[in-house]
Design a protein around this ligand. Sequence first.
Ligand code: ZN
Ligand code: ZN
Length: 356
Amino acid sequence: MSNKRVVKLREKLQAKGLTAMLVASPINRRYLTGFTGSAGYVLITRDNAYLLTDFRYMTQAPQQAVGFQVVEHGPKVMETVKDLLSSEGITSLGFEQDHVTYGVFSTYSEQLAPMSLVPVSGLVEDLRIFKDAEELSIMQRAADLADQTFSHVLTLLAAGKTEREIDLEMEMFMRKHGATSSSFDTIVASGERSALPHGVASERVIQGNEFVTFDFGALLDGYCSDLTRTVALGSPDPKLKEIYDIVLEAQLHALDHIKPGMTGREADALTRDIITRYGYGEYFGHSTGHGLGMEVHESPRLSKLSDDVLQPGMVVTVEPGIYLPGLGGVRIEDDIVITESGIHILTSSSKDYTVL
Ligand code: ZN
Ligand code: ZN
């Protein structure tokens, strides 16, 4: 598995005229090597693939990073990098410009001199967009856990509890069932707060007749799920039921029509046109969806401005919403895989209008 990824990365490096690249991003490091430790660098050259880490990981790293030469680096990591590059006669090195601070870059420059440093962007990320069968099976499990968590929430949700109490129950449930953590700060947004697209759980006490939006996911074996459902308590303002039906219609329409070859902009229009037709376009202020994987927001984007082309193996969310300030909001989100012929939906929680 790891080797295939390295081969593809080398092809990308070659296309840029580079013979070596240093990977500093922890997620990209894990993606390439399978190594789950918290420290280390990946160095890919034309002939070798190295994982540099420190003495704490000298047992774990060789077990996980199959196909990599694991090297214990000294106190100055870049001196070890320089030695490895020199032994192969390499004089220029690509580095991840989006993951390196100016301070770190200064250290690179100092310790790697006179090596020429070439900034590169998105090379590993571009590989990560396409999920292989093993990744998809992990993502299915992460999605299943989000679904189970939502079912659990429905048994707990009641007026009188705070959003944060529910959030804590969700976190505990996910971790008890194998998650490392939630994949981002869980949104539990009740009443007027449901009109906040990013209403992270607060001390607000959930009331009787209102909507509650849950947006959350599990980080499981390195991959994220991302699920949103909105439910009603008691008998909320009828306007809220009206927007629920519109958001659901828009979301289902998108799931019916998204297919490979479509651009992110076309996919976005599938939900936006319906919401706009009903007169709520200005209350849908975010994009329709985003790529999902080892990070909760990845490429491609499903937005008004996105030229990204949806292709088989990509995993994206579909999450239209309507938010009425002072009243409440609705968002419905599923995770889907783009397939050769259409889509496969990973999340399966019911979207029927639910009143508790
Ligand atoms: Zn979400
Ligand atoms: Zn999302």
